[in-house]
Design a protein around this ligand. Structure first.
Ligand SMILES: [Mg+2]
Length: 104
């Protein structure tokens, strides 16, 4: 077991916080509570100001579930991110479907 095998990195915007309303994404607290109770260490990753995210997490009673809030991608067993594409290999079709859809 490596030192990050029990860590799940959770993206903030779009996963915990709705960037349009500034509200909590439905069931975010219940989900963080469940992962925390199952022994996962949770790290919140943000591209925004860490202090502002800490304040938002505290205001929404979510901060207690996280061992850290960072703007530097940490080592983790898994990452939960609303913008991610799961990678398996370069033959997977959805990678190329997406590049076609997003082509300017
Ligand atoms: Mg996001």
């Amino acid at each position: 077991m490596s030192r990050y095998d029990d860590i799940i990195c959770i993206d903030c915007d779009g996963v915990l916080r709705d960037p349009i309303t500034n509200g909590e994404i439905p069931f975010a607290r219940e989900s963080m509570s469940l992962l925390h109770r199952h022994g996962w260490r949770l790290i919140c990753l943000t591209a925004n100001d860490v202090a502002l995210v800490n304040t938002w997490l505290r205001h929404n009673r979510l901060r207690k579930y996280f061992t850290a809030v960072t703007n530097v991608k940490p080592l983790a067993f898994r990452y939960i991110d609303d913008r991610a594409i799961g990678f398996y290999d370069w033959d997977q079709e959805d990678l190329f479907d997406l590049t076609r859809v997003l082509r300017p």
